[in-house]
Design a protein around this ligand. Structure first.
Ligand SMILES: Cc1ncc(COP(=O)(O)O)c(C=O)c1O
Length: 424
């Protein structure tokens, strides 16, 4: 029976029952974590050969470049070739960096702030105001970057096709609106793939700011755990064809292909943008870890081999996502107190609890020993106006632990909902 159809007496009975179940859970002293999208140990073990693939000094060479030495700021040739194929862009549109795409994203925004972009009239630090579009729910670390530079972040609702483009098209008429965060494939946390129409409308934007920046974070470009690989359009070419050749910077990394924190990150943009960024980044570093780039290309080889590896990751991840969705389907769906997405890739399940109950649900979960991403984290400034969105990250715990954790979450969702209904 749906909670909203229950009488006050029925709700009170339910409350007593749930409180008892909750106390029993607490007494078990659980320590479970569904907070961040980290690969599980089994996934890290799959790629162990990466650690030993480059043992011979004679093999540390790519196109005559000794990868043990300084140089090659924008990446070694084989790494550029590898990532160009992966992202379906040209080799001279690729900049291969260090271990984290987040660093490249931070650097891009930082360069815009300190120096300006190719088409900036002035560095953004000299602008009276910078506004930034934040499709939400979205990735908390994106919002942390634009937040740390004091940009005014404007929430853009997510639809089943991606960001609400009517709103985006209207807002970019304001010249102080300088950019937008996008996770176009298996968005964090909703797992949405932007529709062709959404992509088309983004590429054809007519922003008033000449240096409007689309931060195209393709973190989950090859990360399906259900079904076959879904090819994705090359945003760099699309923007060029639409007459916005320098509007987009694309990012990706091998963090969830090989080893997070010890992978290789990549940035792609127009040739001119890459050249410009390189001219500033050259002050920052003489070069990234080329041995790791080489190690990765030797190990991952090409797109086909990489997609085969992703199938192995998928086999580990799929049962975890099913465990979450099965529990929600059986425990929560009949009660009508939450809705959730059913992603086919990425690292998250995005759940919308009854408005006004997300914070309480997660506080209860914490009390019962289950750590989750903080309530509000998926919105700019950490403030979910509905207090509803909960990001579930099923990848880290083994399936048995995950089942326990999700069972706890279900009890907490129910308890918070009953409390709210009785209070209203
Ligand atoms: C959308 C998105 N972008 C970037 C990252 C981090 O990527 P990297 O490890 O390359 O910094 C994550 C990690 O969860 C993510 O979800």
């Amino acid at each position: 029976m749906k909670y909203c159809e229950m009488s006050k007496e029925q709700l009170q009975q339910e409350l007593v029952q749930l409180q008892k179940e909750f106390e029993d859970l607490k007494a078990r002293g659980l320590k479970l974590n569904m907070a961040r999208g980290k690969p599980g140990k089994e996934q890290l073990d799959i790629v162990s050969d990466l650690l030993t693939i480059l043992a011979d000094p004679a093999e540390c060479v790519d196109s005559g470049i000794d990868c043990r030495n300084y140089g090659e700021l924008s990446g070694i040739p084989c790494a550029k070739k590898y990532f160009a194929e992966l992202l379906d862009v040209k080799e001279d549109e690729v900049y291969v960096g260090g271990n984290a795409s987040l660093t490249l994203m931070f650097d891009t925004i930082t360069k815009a702030y300190t120096h300006g972009l190719l088409h900036s009239e002035r560095p953004w630090c000299k602008e009276e105001k910078v506004k930034w579009l934040c499709p939400a729910p979205g990735y908390d670390r994106h919002f942390a970057i634009t937040g740390c530079y004091g940009f005014e972040m404007i929430t853009i609702p997510m639809t089943a096709d991606g960001p609400d483009m009517d709103m985006v098209e209207e807002l970019v008429k304001d010249p102080t609106v300088k950019g937008i965060w996008c996770v176009p494939k298996y968005s964090n946390p909703d797992g949405i793939i932007y529709s062709t129409e959404t992509i088309n409308r983004i590429t054809n934007l007519k922003p008033a700011a000449p240096d409007f920046l689309v931060m195209w974070d393709n973190a989950y470009i090859i990360h399906e755990f259900e079904g076959e690989y879904v090819p994705f359009p090359d945003m760099i070419s699309l923007c060029r064809e639409a007459g916005n050749p320098d509007m987009v910077f694309e990012f990706a990394s091998t963090s969830k292909v090989t080893l997070p924190g010890a992978g290789v990150a990549v940035m792609a943009s127009s040739k001119e943008n890459i050249k410009y960024m390189e001219s500033i980044l050259t002050v920052q570093t003489i070069g990234y870890d080329k041995l790791n780039q080489l190690r990765h290309v030797k190990y991952l080889k090409d797109k086909k081999t990489t997609l085969e590896l992703m199938k192995k990751h998928a086999d580990v991840l799929r049962p975890k996502f099913h465990a979450v969705l099965d529990a929600l389907d059986s425990e929560i769906a009949p009660l009508g107190i939450a809705e959730w997405k059913r992603p086919k890739g990425g690292y998250f399940v995005s759940l919308n609890a009854m408005p006004g109950t997300a914070k309480r649900t997660l506080a209860l979960a914490k009390e019962a020993g289950v750590v989750m991403t903080g309530a509000g984290a998926t919105f700019p400034y950490g403030k979910d106006p509905q207090d509803s969105n909960i990001r579930i990250a099923p990848s880290l715990p083994p399936v048995a632990e995950l089942k326990e954790a999700i069972a706890v979450l279900c009890i907490c969702l129910r308890l918070a909902a009953v409390e709210k209904l009785l209070a209203d």
